[in-house]
Ligand binder design. Structure first.
Ligand SMILES: C[S@@+](CC[C@H](N)C(=O)[O-])C[C@H]1O[C@@H](n2cnc3c(N)ncnc32)[C@H](O)[C@@H]1O
Length: 286
């Protein structure tokens, strides 16, 4: 009789087939505690910080001790900061963060826009949206709050109802999140390949929506925290094939000498750079 394979075994087989000999060290790194940074609120007057990892991001334990709320610092993976910094946004633009909660990347965009223009933060889940609102409320100074508009729609609606609307779109798509899966044996046990296939279809659909809602000449930054090839470069390949000539892939310019290039984008993986996993790809709509 054929032995029944558990979800965890299927998971291992799938990722090992792609990552080959790198899978074991990568899996080990994913199971370790992430190294996160405190990103300083540019509007905060907090001073005297050392141990800067990249511009404005610190690993100083003193901050932790003094941390009561997120008014001065937001704690997140350094690769998330780098991803958001790579979307070319500036003051006066109309920008969409299509899947925004809890908001770590939204705050980076808000600072880059310096409170000028219009920043739409969209989030489908009500509980996550409530968290996003709390983050915005605590972090963004009163005088800049009005340029932020929190919305509650399915990201797919933007492409249908708001064509050629935004100068830039961040699509930080819902993904497999293998790091969290590995920490949850019961979830891992339910794993099968359909999970990543289904998510990649959803991601492609959201990416098509982003493409329709961004203006010609505007940028889309697609990102995930997945290590499944189906959810990263393959989503981009599908767009390049099915919507031939619609976008131009742009180089990721701010890497801070971290991470590695992929066929269409850039990736941060914790076995080599103590950050991530984060995949990102920057596109310009023609
Ligand atoms: C990877 S998380 C975003 C993380 C966020 N960008 C950050 O940096 O804090 C993806 C989010 O997309 C939301 N989401 C899932 N499906 C969506 C959809 N169809 N439209 C809008 N948001 C969606 C999820 O609830 C989740 O909060």
């Amino acid at each position: 009789m054929k032995k029944k394979i558990s979800g965890a075994e299927k998971f291992d087989q799938f990722y090992e087939e792609y990552w080959k000999e790198r899978w074991e060290p990568l899996k080990k790194a994913l199971l370790k505690d992430r190294v996160k940074v405190y990103r300083k609120n540019k509007w905060s007057l907090y001073k005297a910080i050392s141990d800067e990892v990249i511009e404005g991001c610190y690993q100083n334990e003193q901050i932790k001790v003094g941390l009561k709320n997120i008014k001065n610092f937001y704690f997140l993976d350094v690769a998330s900061v780098i991803a958001a910094r790579n979307l070319p946004v500036k003051e006066g633009m109309k920008v969409l963060d299509m899947c925004a909660a809890p908001g770590g990347k939204s705050l980076v965009l808000a600072e880059k826009m310096n409170g000028q223009g219009e920043l739409v933060l969209n989030e489908l889940s009500r509980t996550r949206r409530d968290r996003l609102k709390r983050v915005i409320d605590e972090y963004i100074p009163e005088e800049h709050k009005s340029f932020i508009d929190v919305r509650k729609y399915d990201g797919n609606n933007y492409g249908i109802h708001l064509k050629d609307e935004f100068d830039a779109v961040l699509l930080d798509a819902p993904c497999s999140g293998e790091e969290h899966l590995l920490h949850s044996p019961s979830e891992l046990d339910k794993w099968n390949v359909k999970r990543t296939k289904r998510l990649s279809q959803n991601q492609y659909s959201l990416l098509c929506s982003a493409l329709l809602t961004v203006k010609s000449g505007g940028h889309i930054l697609y990102s995930t925290c997945s290590i499944s090839p189906l959810e990263n470069d393959e989503v981009i390949r599908k767009l390049l094939t099915k919507k031939e000539g619609a976008v131009e892939i742009q180089p990721i310019e701010q890497t801070y000498d971290m991470g590695e290039s992929t066929e269409f984008g850039h990736m941060f993986l914790p076995d080599r750079c103590e950050a991530g996993p984060i995949y990102m790809c920057l596109m310009k709509k023609k």
